[in-house]
Design a protein around this ligand. Structure first.
Ligand code: PMP
Length: 426
């Protein structure tokens, strides 16, 4: 139960932060300390974090904390001076990405990265049109909010933005799924053309997170990427959610056997420290450099880069991606067992340590209210997840990548208990 201390915080929050912020959970959570996959409240009670993808190598990883502290105590400036750490960081990240991605610019957030990628694509193609999925979320700037339909119908889409239905797996294979998705992209291109607009870019979250999580069967992205390129547009892979091992491989888009013209990175890059960026083809960067100059006061500062570099070190040294693949496999098995046993869980999507689980009512229909009730019931059992998809009908499980099998067991046990009491779910 929320006590009087937290009630007072809630009141201050409403008074000071205003109306646009939302809190998770009917009973808000107030963590004061993090360690690995655990978040601790004021009373020292541990909560299993099965949601925070930002702290990808675990909350407060000592190696990352030490790198930040050391660099902060030494120098923190910006990218207008020479500095090895900035270059080491860019090099390490570029090295993990497939050709033709060769050069990197730094931002502070995924939103800024997408905003910049869009400017680069528009400058390179000389076109304006942008294609996103129907429930896409790409960030907060004006241009990007106008390409983020998941913000709701009261946030107007841009005049040059068109939406396509997210890919849907009908069980007929990646090729058929890809053709259906590409047909949507072609329809959007035609619709733009009818208004005299040529496409600059197709901007896709590589795991379609806000559309309800769609990762498989692998290979379904190919036809859509071909379609946008045939029309003269670029493919921007938004890896803010998918990147850095989330699906059990380093990046989301190469799983589908496609190349990207630009990639945007964020969230897990600094394990919580704000560092993000765009990696692009050299010719796209060259063109942007010809028409514009780029400087971002905080983007890519030495402390941010020290954090990102330490994250790369930890990922390599602790075999984080391989482990995420293995534990992720176990997580998906466990969820399938729970679905079988309960009858209240439908489609289970995702890969690695990313899972989207559709919640059903007694008649087998998608049930967003029950999904919210399950999220709250798990929070009462000190397990943290959230919900996504249309109306929030899909449980979203996305823990730090240092999640282990025993953590999956704890999550599975709690979810099993909540489902067993499904009579009390709405
Ligand atoms: N793209 C995707 C796919 C995201 O999920 C998010 C954040 N949820 C963003 C972009 C924006 O990132 P940021 O909040 O760092 O601006």
């Amino acid at each position: 139960m929320t006590d009087s201390y937290d009630e007072a915080l809630l009141e201050r929050r409403r008074r000071l932060l205003g109306a646009s912020y939302r809190l998770f959970y009917t009973e808000p959570f107030h963590p004061v300390r993090g360690d690995g996959v655990w978040l601790f409240d004021r009373h020292g009670t541990a909560h299993l974090d099965a949601y925070n993808n930002v702290a990808c190598v675990g909350h407060c990883h000592p190696r990352v904390v030490a790198a930040i502290a050391h660099q902060a105590a030494t120098l923190n400036t910006h990218t207008r001076y020479l500095h090895e750490t900035i270059l080491d960081c860019a090099e390490r990240i570029i090295d993990t990405l497939p050709a033709p991605l060769e050069q990197m610019v730094f931002t502070c957030s995924g939103s800024e990265a997408n905003d910049l990628a869009l400017r680069m694509a528009r400058a390179f193609t000389g076109s304006e049109g942008v294609i996103v999925t129907e429930l896409a979320y790409h960030g907060v700037t004006q241009a990007i909010a106008e390409a983020s339909p998941s913000l709701g119908s009261r946030v107007k889409l841009g005049d040059a933005v068109r939406t396509v239905p997210a890919p849907v797996d009908h069980g007929d294979g990646a090729a058929a799924m890809g053709e259906r998705f590409a047909a949507g992209v072609q329809a959007a291109i035609n619709d733009l053309a009818a208004d005299g607009i040529r496409p600059a870019a197709m901007l896709l979250d590589s795991v379609f997170s806000s559309d309800g999580i769609v990762t498989d069967p692998v290979g379904f992205l190919g036809p859509a990427v071909d379609t946008i390129r045939r029309a003269g547009g670029l493919y921007i892979a938004d890896e803010v959610q998918a990147g850095l091992g989330r699906t059990g491989v380093m990046w989301g888009f190469p799983r589908h056997g496609v190349s990207a013209d630009l990639v945007t990175l964020g969230k897990p890059l600094g394990n919580g420290h704000p560092v993000a960026g765009v990696v692009a083809r050299r010719d796209v960067m060259d063109h942007f450099g010809d028409v514009a100059r780029y400087f971002n006061t905080f983007g890519g500062n030495p402390v941010a880069c020290a954090a990102a570099l330490a994250v790369q070190d930890v990922i390599a040294e602790e075999n984080i991606v391989e482990k995420a693949a293995k534990v992720g496999h176990y997580l998906h098995e466990r969820l399938a067992e729970l679905a079988q046993a309960s009858g209240r869980l439908g489609d289970i999507r995702g890969a690695g340590l990313l899972a989207g689980v559709e919640v059903l009512d007694d008649n087998g229909q998608s049930d967003a209210t029950a999904a919210q009730a399950l999220v709250d019931a798990l929070r009462q059992r000190r397990v943290l997840i959230s919900a996504t998809g249309p109306g929030g009908n899909v449980l979203k499980i996305r823990p730090p990548l240092v999640f282990r099998r025993d953590h999956v067991d704890r999550l599975g046990e709690a979810l099993g208990e909540c489902l067993a009491q499904h009579g009390s779910l709405p």
